[in-house]
Design a protein around this ligand. Structure first.
Ligand code: 5GP
Length: 212
């Protein structure tokens, strides 16, 4: 696994890494889309996955959809910052999706599961992590059932996942509630803007350098 050098962690000119996670069915995708509408200069880290594209998803936009063999070749080639294998599929964050933009000062947003978030936080300690929670468990269950794509088995599996993921929320920097997607996105936008104002993220020495 790659580790960002100490010089990079200390360099205040580099872009910020924003890690977003949330339970399956919480509406992360919609919230994240709203965030990009407000902050269009942020780059989305396109992950690789071996799962099949859902309706409306595009290769190279939502994910790089690749075969298990291609994924395993990338693991062997050390191309991932982190990767995980869920019940059925691989998901992984490419080094190239993160290191190049942040070294140019571009913020990068990643949407990863709790395992990915934990690994990213260990490697990039100055990243900002946000967990999106539903207004209630009942609302989440209703949303999952409403999607119509869950069998009783897969619903039971997802509810189990929710239980174990809940235990990880305390490791995130922020938790926001997705009641209304655009309001939830506004909260994430506020977090990103506030994080940029932190003294520790600014070059205080150069504050007045452009003045005579
Ligand atoms: P979905 O199949 O619904 O798009 O994603 C399933 C889960 O995989 C979500 O929790 C999503 O955040 C997570 N995920 C997507 N890309 C990555 C990745 O690159 N790494 C990790 N660790 N999780 C990912």
């Amino acid at each position: 696994m790659a580790r960002l050098g100490d010089d990079m962690v200390m360099d205040k000119q580099h872009g910020m890494l924003i890690v977003v996670s949330g339970f399956s069915g919480v509406g992360k995708g919609t919230v994240v889309q709203h965030v990009f509408q407000s902050l269009p200069n942020i780059q989305f880290s396109i992950s690789c996955t071996t799962r099949k594209p859902r309706q409306g998803e595009e290769n190279g936009v939502d994910y790089f959809f690749i075969t298990p063999e291609q994924f395993e070749r990338k693991i062997a080639g050390g191309e991932f910052v982190e990767y995980t294998k869920t019940f059925t599929n691989y998901y992984g964050t490419l080094k190239s999706e993160i290191d190049a933009p942040i070294s140019k000062g571009v913020d990068v947003l990643l949407e990863v599961n709790v395992v990915g978030a934990r690994n990213i936080k260990a490697m990039y300690p100055d990243c900002v992590s946000v967990f999106i929670k539903p207004p209630s468990l009942a609302a989440l269950k209703a949303r999952l059932i409403g999607r119509g794509s869950e069998t009783p088995d897969s619903l039971a599996r997802r509810l189990k996942e929710i239980e174990s993921e809940s235990r990880e929320i305390c490791n995130y920097d922020y938790v926001v509630t997705n009641n209304i997607a655009c309001t939830c996105a506004d909260e994430i936008v506020n977090i990103i803007r506030s994080e940029h104002l932190k003294v520790s993220r600014q070059c205080i020495e150069n504050l007045f350098s452009s003045e005579e």
